[in-house]
Design a protein. Structure first.
Length: 156
């Protein structure tokens, strides 16, 4: 195990020393959300998608840094939006032709779970909502025992 990695694993995001028993560095959570069966007309309206993202930001008390970026694709195309947050980012992409709305929220600070499924069903008539929550950060490490290639069954 890289000694620098072990040093990093003992420092919290705020720079405080972590206790010896905590051999991991959590850096927040990421939500990857796919909502299908959505109302295609709503998915093509930039202002509707912006308003939804603003609800997410407001209810989770996130802090926007700078100006959000938006792009409306031509014709019956969808919308892409991105917010830079002091906590990280929120992005969304709509695909009206498939009735699909996708979102990605990464928060480097702990947050309460949010009602993704409830809100996507209510606001966009989503028929299927899939939410993947990923804990981000360095996985637990064991600083006491480091295996060599030979111990792991590899060549030495």
């Amino acid at each position: 195990m890289n000694k620098r990695l072990l040093e990093l694993a003992r420092v919290s995001p705020e720079g405080m020393q972590l206790p010896e028993v905590c051999n991991c560095l959590g850096t927040g959570a990421e939500w990857i959300v796919d909502a299908s069966g959505c109302d295609s007309e709503l998915l093509a309206v930039e202002r509707v998608i912006q308003a939804f993202c603003e609800v997410i930001i407001g209810e989770l008390q996130l802090k926007v840094v700078g100006t959000p970026q938006w792009h409306q694709f031509p014709g019956p195309g969808g919308v892409t939006g991105m917010y830079l947050l002091s906590e990280s980012h929120l992005t969304c992409h709509t695909f009206p032709e498939y009735g699909l709305l996708t979102l990605n929220l990464y928060c480097c600070r702990p947050r309460e779970e949010w009602g993704w499924e409830r809100e996507l069903r209510r606001r966009f008539s989503a028929t299927d909502v899939r939410i993947l929550r990923v804990a981000r950060g360095i996985q637990p490490v064991d600083p006491v025992h480091e295996q060599t290639g030979a111990e792991q069954g590899g060549d030495s």
